[in-house]
Design a protein around this ligand. Sequence first.
Ligand code: GLN
Length: 505
Amino acid sequence: MSQEPILSATDLVTRIREGQWTATESTPRHLAIIAQRNSSLNAFVEVWRDEALERAAQLDRKRASGATLGSLFGVPIGIKSNLCVTGHVCSCSSKMLANYRPTYSATVCQRLLDADAILLGRTNMDEYAMGSGTEYSIYGPTRNPHQEVGPNAVSGGYSPGGSSGGSAAAVAGGMVPIALGSDTGGSIRQPAAFCGVYGLKPTYGRVSRFGLVAYASSLDQIGPIATTPDDLELLFQVIEGPDRHDATSLSRETVQQVETKLRHKSVEQLRVGIIREHAEQDLAPTVRRALEETQAYLKSAGATLVEVSLPRQAHAIATYYLIASCEAASNLSRYDGMHFGHRANVPEQNATLEQVIAASRGEGFGAEVKRRIMLGTYALSHGYAEQYYQQATRMRQAIRLDFATAFANVDVLLGPTTPGPAFPIGAHRQDPIAMYLTDQFTVSANLAGLPAISVPIELGKLQSNESRLPVAVQFHAPPCGESRLFSVAKALHERNQTAKLGAVA
Ligand code: GLN
């Protein structure tokens, strides 16, 4: 078995269920890969080795007993460090929560356990999910498993994207077949694109946010990262569904009603809208090619391609960073060293309450988090709220409307996930705005509450001077249109397999 390649979650479940492998045999393989690769990738910040092995043994006993087996039976999973798992540190890669051990599990983590998965450990992320490079972390940066080759290669390695960069790197590095991330403005899709794997941001409300440490509550969604669309769907099916602990979670009836209206369509029946405002942007050559090759493929598969316009796209980034920062400032006000979070060691007899709070927040939060809190607090302050926050919420509504208008005419929307492939670690350290712009194509899905998927694209023959780093395209669907996204991704996955063999020109 040790010679076997790492399997997808779907294949692993089948083998274990059929008795060809046991969880006790397969789990140590994943732990060994982590032990071998994590010192250079820094994808996992904690591995729950003993617990995982014990659980594997327990699952094998369950199988032997003839009990019904869950759909993720024996599958090892990486969990982003902003998701609560009972008894384990949930730090959000922040000093503020470095010692926080929740006494409950996030609904998604509980559902994984109920589906007989094995939680292998927690993955690195940008502090409080604010960032696009998994560099703003108390554990140091994560590295992308992919490297540029030839003269373009950089010695420090490439960013895996962020903020779910640890989860994407863990999947791309073969440590786990699937992992969970969270996406507030692109934090699943952008790292998935940079690492050459699949990532889904579900419809707002389809996946419970209970037990996810809040960044911007009206934008946050938890979602899957995987190496195949089948695995992505498998993981999504386990975590989605209503939850009485999350008042914004959609009921089964609502989802079913909307799904029935959407009707299933195969790729040749699809009307695919090409987002003009995204396609017209300054894209890296390989990203442009990914978009063109995807269009060519869809056309050859019988889909109808039409150009569509989302006129307010130019305002998406400004709208997103305003709303996200306002919600972050509000959500993070609870971390004051009194109620929650890191408490500075200030001699209390000499200090006022404000001084203790200021010192605790000053020590506990990193620079990027402070930047967001200041921006959000300013934008919400008396006299400015109307000028900034209210205006941003109106623009958000207009962006939503743009999508609704587009979906009256097309089934899915196609565009790039990111303007370019992964950047070298540290490339945007001096320039936060350049970092923010890597999210320019992803934030609108969160503003509009839509599902969106990042699909890696295997390019046809590359010139010797072209980048070898992974590239991806993104599809948006109407609310609850996840199954459309899975079917397009599955078709493109097959195309990718052919392209890998060099059969696509
Ligand atoms: N990079 C974006 C931000 O910093 C998105 C983060 C996310 O989706 N969690 O806000």
